[in-house]
Design a protein. Structure first.
Length: 441
């Protein structure tokens, strides 16, 4: 779904450690004091950052704005955009309209509110520039497009898309908005590159409510689109834009959606998606539940492998990987496989992944892709904590997309600079006639 109205073509992971990344000192981080003068002059007073580092960061920020600045048209609006972005990077405790206005030297939040709600500029064009910026700096042929979602707890019924629904961020039902996000996860770093706001039926069935919140009429007319449809739209945009990625990864919300998997396989997009233990595999006539299949894996099928290092170090798991029976609908040279992750303590905790890929792919690459969701969870946490992704007070459709996209750009800027500082380091069998069988590798 294009937001202007065109049709759209485990909780534990959210608490898990981030992808390993040498953490450089951010001049915009804690311990810095930022003072703005006419929105363009940025003075940083820091104790532990060398002047050369400050100059480099300012130069890199100028580089970003040389690309995105023209999207804002008038000079004054460009200044406001730059001010807002740097305020998101500033050590402001709560990045609401008042606090961001104060960081920019304003006496009231009127200018910030106008910028987010009434000024003329396109959040979607900014998203396109953000995606190109992140993909260019984090490019990895084996990188993954990772789908996940975040809940934004709100008070009252006025914020667009809000209702009582499950928030994965809070891990409970809350009065919240839910955003679906796409991240690019490469070997050296990860950044958020796209976003869509989930609009429940309680909104799309109420035209007056949608109009009051600024929902485009064409979008409201599409109804309550399931989250996998939003994911498909974002993936399609990334592919169309030429983002270099070898994989798609997602959790069980998307893995259990057959239309989503068909969307990926029809485009020959390899995937590793989590599925629930009750998932039935279409390739098997009976006993096709993934938990039943995993229970029959021989000891020789399990291999201990470490995931990529996170903030708390690498994690070791036992992995079993099986090739599913050939399906006549698969493209030539492609297979579907089942990946199962087990804790080394064998406490019964199993995680199941359904995979689609070229037959030549090795186990290590499958495991690395399955682990990419940890990096996505880390992106969301960092964007919230460092860039105020969830600090907004806007209620209308356009305001949500504008703030969220700018916060994503701020986070991508931090990631790209962390990558630059880190150098080359990583930033965080046959088929019986009657009963078809799987082949453990």
């Amino acid at each position: 779904m294009d937001r202007t109205g065109g049709s759209i073509a485990c909780n534990q992971d959210h608490r898990a450690a981030a992808v390993a990344a040498p953490t450089p000192r951010f001049p915009f981080g804690t311990g810095s004091t930022i003072v703005f003068r006419d929105f363009l002059s940025l003075q940083l007073m820091v104790k532990d950052v060398a002047p050369q580092e400050i100059t480099e960061w300012r130069s890199r920020l100028d580089e970003v704005f040389s690309t995105v600045g023209e999207l804002f048209g008038r000079v004054e609006l460009r200044r406001r955009a730059r001010s807002y972005l740097v305020s998101l990077l500033a050590p402001v405790e709560r990045k609401s309209g008042w606090q961001l206005a104060q960081a920019a030297g304003d006496s009231t939040p009127v200018g910030v509110q106008h910028f987010l709600s009434r000024a003329v500029w396109s959040a979607d064009l900014l998203r396109d520039a953000l995606r190109a910026y992140a993909a260019a700096h984090l490019a990895d042929p084996a990188g993954a497009l990772v789908i996940d979602e975040a809940g934004f707890v709100k008070r009252g019924p006025a914020s667009v898309g809000v209702q009582r629904q499950y928030s994965r961020t809070a891990d409970r039902v809350e009065n919240c908005q839910v955003g679906v996000f796409l991240a690019y996860v490469g070997e050296r770093g990860a950044a958020l590159i796209d976003r869509e706001l989930h609009l429940p039926a309680s909104w799309t069935d109420d035209p007056v409510r949608c109009e009051a919140a600024g929902v485009p009429p064409a979008r409201a007319a599409e109804g309550a689109l399931a989250k996998p449809r939003l994911a498909e739209a974002m993936i399609a945009r990334a592919v169309s834009a030429g983002v270099e990625a070898g994989w798609v990864a997602a959790d069980a919300t998307y893995g259990r959606d057959s239309a989503f998997l068909t969307f990926l396989s029809a485009r020959r997009l390899p995937y590793v998606v989590e599925v629930p233990l009750t998932q039935m595999l279409q390739e098997l006539e009976e006993d096709g539940r993934v938990d039943v299949l995993a229970s029959r894996a021989p000891d020789s099928a399990w291999h201990r492998m470490a995931t990529r290092p996170g903030a708390c170090g690498a994690r070791e798991y036992d992995w079993a990987w099986a090739t599913l029976p050939a399906d006549s609908g698969l493209p030539p040279g492609f297979v579907r496989t089942l990946l199962v992750r087990r804790s080394p303590q064998r406490t019964g905790e199993l995680v199941y992944y359904l995979c689609f890929h070229a037959d030549s792919v090795q186990r290590e690459e499958i495991v690395r892709t399955a682990d990419a969701r940890r990096a996505m969870a880390a992106c969301l946490r960092a964007a919230n904590a460092e860039c105020g992704l969830d600090h907004y007070q806007v209620r209308r459709w356009e305001g949500w997309y504008r703030h969220v996209t700018l916060a994503m750009l701020a986070h991508a800027f931090l990631v790209v600079n962390a990558v630059a500082a880190a150098g080359d380091a990583e930033v965080c069998g046959g088929v019986p006639a009657v009963k078809r069988a799987i082949r453990w590798r």
